[in-house]
Design a protein around this ligand. Sequence first.
Ligand code: KG4
Ligand code: ZN
Length: 333
Amino acid sequence: MKTLGIETSCDETAIAIYDSEKGIIGESVHSQMQMHAEYGGVVPELASRDHCSKIVKVLHDALGDTKLNSIDQIAYTSGPGLLGALLIGESFAQGLSTALNIPLISVNHLEGHLMSPMMEFDELDMPFICLLVSGGHSMIVDVKEKADYEILGQSQDDAVGEAFDKVAKMLDLQYPGGPHIENLAKNGKSNAYDFPRPMISSNDLNMSLSGLKTSVLYTIQKIENMNDQIKCDIAASFQQAVVDVLVAKIKKAVDQTGRSDVIVAGGVAANQFLREEFKKLENLLNINVYYPHMKYCGDNAAMIAFVGSKMQSKANDHSSKARARWPLDELQK
Ligand code: KG4
Ligand code: ZN
């Protein structure tokens, strides 16, 4: 069975085809990153317009030699995300589903991130813990079974990726800042600045990033002669503080749930320093830590097609499901 997945929740226009026997057989992503970089962040109206103008080409690229009429069902991201952007994907999905007379399935974007490593690692099965760290979300989820997700903890303010982006901006780096911070940090001393690790010792699995971000801001404001080495030291010290908190929280989550598999997903999962620190945790706690393939760490349609392939659609239900907010623990089984 072939499921065509469509993702337009933020700044990537993506389409992929998941074949239940062969896996992903076609995919294409158009990133709007360059366009938004000029503004230092995603501009919702521009995002919607760009999805609209690129989506047909992205479909053709994803299809390649696959015939459109061989697709069995359409899955699309209906939330959470930017409403205008979601509506472009939804309208396109509704149109395809009507024209081809095939089922339409609405998929939660976060569920796509949670389940993405399952399409790559055959040995991985639920239950597992997922640390989802992206530009918009930071949460620790107990993935018990399909559509049974318990949010164990989450950021009380900024998302982890957002904190990386904001600190990058303070250091005059381009959006999105995560990869730039990671690069600078390679040449910096991670103990040069003693930045706070908010909530690291709290009894729960919640996190907070805004105090850390403000501490970095005050530190930068006090520096009279900023230079490249100082920037590298700030980047390394900030990155260390963030990763220390994430490692401590995952350790606690493993203790609390007894799970032995951990997935780190979302754009920040691309960070190699984070991966090295989690490697140590793997050995210490005797757990397995999995990451999606680099191309599936950020937003993509493969994860949407994959989740859709596990779902049954309600016949002929073409009503709008697009919503900006759609918490994971409000999914229907
Ligand atoms: O999942 P994603 O592509 O989009 C959503 O937010 O849904 O995540 C993008 C976020 C950005 O904030 C970006 O700065 C961050 O992931 N990111 C990184 C790295 N690569 C991307 N953060 C830290 N280190 C990285 N290497
Ligand atoms: Zn995402």
